[in-house]
Design a protein around this ligand. Structure first.
Ligand SMILES: Nc1ncnc2c1ncn2[C@@H]1O[C@H](COP(=O)(O)OP(=O)(O)OP(=O)(O)O)[C@@H](O)[C@H]1O
Length: 235
């Protein structure tokens, strides 16, 4: 398993954002679901070493987030919810900058590959502030996969995209999941049904479901994922 989470906890002041959660993820796309404020982004920030846990631990590709953060970051690609980009940069310039951070040996070749993979071709000569939201998301994804990490953490990568853009990004995530471990946070249940093999549902910092999509439906009288989500997050 590329990701092993063990009793991970995050407390902000009085707020228990993530409460002693454990789960594992291997190759494929894991849907990481939960209502607003459930603790999804907080978990993702701990897994990517952006914030330290209050308690518990996790390993990514065998590296502990507490003791080996650089190794964790080398093996992880992260698209944060807000997708922060340097909007004054041009697309290729931003990718070259990230390639430099990772010390890639043949950056131009890899940048061209990633532009092709993410469908950024038609927009590759633009400045980031000229890009539509969908293409900004594509650039965020391109930056996340540039160093070819084994694990991808994608926090709501398709929020605000039009249906055409949605299909393109979902196809890309499905493709990535064939070779990599992808943790995908989304509020779109249709998307989970389209791309995820496994599902973890978190509610108020606690895991309330952790199974394959098929098994989860079977245990719930073949209800839709939306119905299951509503049931499990309102008890
Ligand atoms: N920096 C912070 N300081 C204090 N509380 C925080 C901080 N970040 C998050 N929280 C709280 O932790 C809880 C979990 O937040 P988190 O952002 O992880 O939820 P989420 O599941 O990603 O929600 P959403 O679907 O709305 O993005 C919330 O109650 C939130 O208010």
């Amino acid at each position: 398993m590329s990701i092993k989470v063990a009793a991970l906890t995050k407390v902000y002041g009085q707020q228990i954002a993530v409460d002693n959660i454990s789960f594992e993820a291997g190759k494929g796309v894991l849907g990481f679901l939960g209502p607003n404020g459930a603790g999804k982004s907080t978990t993702m920030k701990m897994l990517t070493c952006f914030i330290p846990p209050t308690d518990g631990t996790a390993t990514v590709c065998g590296f502990d987030i507490g003791t080996h953060p650089l190794d964790v970051k080398r093996n992880i690609g992260y698209l944060p919810e807000s997708n922060p980009l340097y909007t004054d940069m041009y697309v290729k310039e931003a990718l070259a900058f990230v390639a430099g951070i990772h010390g890639l040996h043949q950056p131009a070749k890899r940048i061209a590959e990633v532009i092709e993979l993410t469908g950024l071709g038609p927009e590759q000569h633009k400045q980031i502030n000229e890009l539509s939201k969908g293409y900004r998301q594509r650039l965020g994804l391109a930056q996340a996969i540039l160093h070819d990490p084994q694990v991808l953490i994608l926090d709501e990568p398709t929020s605000g995209l039009d249906p055409n853009q949605l299909i393109g990004i979902r196809q890309l995530i499905t493709e990535l999941g064939k070779k990599k471990t992808v943790v995908l946070s989304t509020h779109i249940m249709q998307e989970v049904e389209a791309v995820c093999n496994n599902v973890v549902i978190i509610n108020k910092g606690n895991i309330v479901a952790n199974d394959t999509l098929g098994a989860l439906k079977q245990q719930n009288n073949n209800q839709s994922l939306e119905e299951i989500f509503i049931k499990l997050t309102n008890q």
